[in-house]
Design a protein around this ligand. Structure first.
Ligand code: ISJ
Length: 275
């Protein structure tokens, strides 16, 4: 059976998939698109085999999952596509209502860590579909990720505050952050070692291919996305797609804080597939 591979339907992942199309590997895998929370569920329910997932979900399932080395979606400071948009300054959000996009798992917990550890506040949080207008009808602030958040970076709605969670994390800890990791079930990897290694290698190659011509990736994307090529190129260069020691240290600090606040049961070991 062809490997079933997930694809986050945000622009942030384009550099990871762009090279796949160019190298015709798409013929050999079934590519399934979804939001991060949809893909998280698919990997857990075994309807996908290899998949980008929210980094917090790896911590919740690390005994069943492994990670692909060298690729992730992270940032060192501002990420520009994960925002808390608020009617009030962040310091004034204690006891207020925050709508959290139901497409996110990592950033939901990241926001709670930043509010508790950074500002000493515990607002009332609830999940909502990612529609800023509807969210702010019911809440004082809204968490958005992916393309709807990138839209905020493009043009902050007048009269609202916007806080970039990558920047807030860097301010709190001085560290990088990893939002998504490529994961695979250990059982699938054990039963299909050659296929898994090949898919992992192809993704790493696809990323290198895109990095070498990021201006072209941005130019192509600008033909169908509501952003200019220059804006997208800057975005792709702001995001970090590597998974080096600095990213791992940031991710482990995130897990440590998430565990201290009870959002995960334990701090996972970072287990990587050998490719
Ligand atoms: C950088 C981003 O990170 C995303 C945030 C995620 C989460 O909060 O669970 C999951 C996958 C990432 O694509 C983004 O949304 O743009």
């Amino acid at each position: 059976m062809r490997p079933r591979v997930g694809h986050i339907q945000f622009i942030n992942c384009l550099p990871l998939y762009y090279g796949l199309v160019k190298s015709h590997v798409l013929w050999d895998v079934d590519l399934i698109k979804g939001t991060p929370t949809e893909l998280n569920r698919c990997l857990i329910e075994e309807t996908l085999d290899i998949c980008p997932i929210s980094s917090i979900e790896y911590a919740r399932h690390w005994r069943e999952f492994m990670m692909v080395p060298d690729i992730a979606v992270g940032s060192d400071g501002p990420v520009t596509s994960i925002f808390l948009v608020s009617k009030f300054s962040i310091q004034a959000l204690g006891g207020k209502r925050i709508a959290l996009t139901n497409t996110s798992a990592t950033s939901q917990v990241l926001l709670k860590i930043i509010l508790r550890d950074g500002y000493g506040i515990d607002p009332i949080c609830f999940e909502s579909p990612p529609n800023l207008g509807a969210m702010l009808l019911e809440a004082d602030a809204a968490l958005l990720i992916g393309d709807p958040a990138l839209q905020i970076h493009y043009q902050v709605p007048p009269g609202l505050y916007a806080y970039d969670l990558g920047a807030e994390w860097k301010q709190l800890t001085g560290l990088k952050m990893v939002f998504a990791v490529w994961a695979i079930r250990r059982s699938y990897a054990a039963n299909n070692p050659a296929v898994v290694r090949e898919v992992a290698r192809v993704f790493i190659k696809s990323l290198r291919y895109s990095e070498q011509r990021i201006d072209q990736v941005a130019k192509d994307a600008a033909r169908w996305e509501p952003f200019s090529a220059g804006f997208l190129q800057e975005y792709f260069m702001t995001l970090q797609y590597g998974f080096d020691a600095g990213h791992q240290a940031g991710l482990l600090e995130y897990y440590r804080r998430a565990s201290a606040l009870g959002y995960i049961a334990e701090i996972p070991r970072l287990d990587f597939l050998e490719v």
